[in-house]
Design a protein around this ligand. Structure first.
Ligand SMILES: [Zn+2]
Length: 284
């Protein structure tokens, strides 16, 4: 574990040397991922890379520009982007907590159980969240059994979770669902493992210009069939590119409600539901 001195030094390096050299600009605010007052860096390089990622995908320009914004504005202390920081804020607000310390305390005191299905958590905390109450799982491949431990991480496949019915208070997925092959199974599984009234707080890319959500790719007999030109998103933990299986459009909220949730966007961005918005949905 690197010290807070390391992160402070890294922040200074980005703010005063590397960032300005690259023409990056900065804004300030409270980072809900690391809980620190920080500087957020707008990188032209990240913007160009993100627009390039979806350029052949048949998605609207408005969507690509908005998504590139959400994946930018990284905190110079913890390097979490705007989507991740907003997601952390949504979780804290849903839990009615003002800080991560309060959040960690509430999890322990009320013995709550949260699953974050992500290779990298939306939180970057100097106060570690209690491991028993906050499970950070990883997906290592469809052939593995959920609940097994691989490389010191718990493997969970959203299409077949290892948790008991109604055993979790919250499930968190940040920019994960677009990479799941069988979306219906994933939503049904999340619904199954949540307690009644439990929440699924998640971020997904939404192109509201797309009337109907659609598959970009599917797995048939363990073989990937691309229905549209493939789009890949980066994964820092596994250091590889992950294929996008679904494009989500204007019908997305209705689709989620049909699985037995009551969904609402966490906050409206300037561009409405373009980009990678955060949703809060409750099991009903
Ligand atoms: Zn931060």
């Amino acid at each position: 574990m690197k010290s807070s001195f390391y992160f402070a030094l890294r922040s200074l390096w980005w703010r005063h040397i590397k960032g300005p050299l690259k023409g990056n600009t900065f804004s300030t605010g409270l980072c809900f991922s690391c809980g620190q007052k920080s500087y957020f860096m707008y990188s032209h390089e990240i913007k160009d890379t993100n627009i390039q990622i979806g350029s052949d995908g048949g998605l609207s320009e408005e969507f690509m520009a908005a998504a590139a914004e959400d994946e930018n504005h990284c905190c110079t202390l913890c390097m979490k982007n705007r989507r991740t920081r907003t997601h952390a804020k949504a979780v804290l607000e849903t839990m009615e907590c003002k800080s991560q310390e309060e959040f960690a305390h509430k999890l322990k005191q009320q013995n709550l159980c949260i699953l974050e299905a992500a290779h990298e958590s939306i939180f970057f905390s100097t106060t570690p969240l209690p491991v028993k109450n906050y499970i950070l799982s990883c997906f290592f491949g469809p052939e593995l059994k959920s609940g097994s431990i691989i490389k010191n991480r718990r493997h969970e496949n959203l299409e077949s979770l290892s948790f008991e019915n109604a055993s979790l208070d919250m499930v968190i997925t940040s920019a994960v669902l677009e990479h799941v092959n069988n979306l219906e199974s994933a939503f049904k599984e999340i619904h199954r493992v949540l307690k009644p009234g439990g929440s699924h707080i998640f971020a997904v890319p939404i192109d509201s210009k797309l009337k109907c959500s659609r598959r970009r790719a599917e797995l048939r007999n363990n073989e990937t069939i691309n229905l549209f030109p493939p789009i890949f998103h980066g994964d820092t933990l596994l250091d590889k590119k992950i294929l996008v299986y679904h494009d989500f459009g204007a019908d997305f909220a209705k689709m989620v409600n049909d699985y037995g949730f009551k969904i609402q966007p966490f906050s409206q961005t300037d561009s409405g539901l373009f980009g990678v918005p955060i949703f809060m949905s409750k099991k009903i």
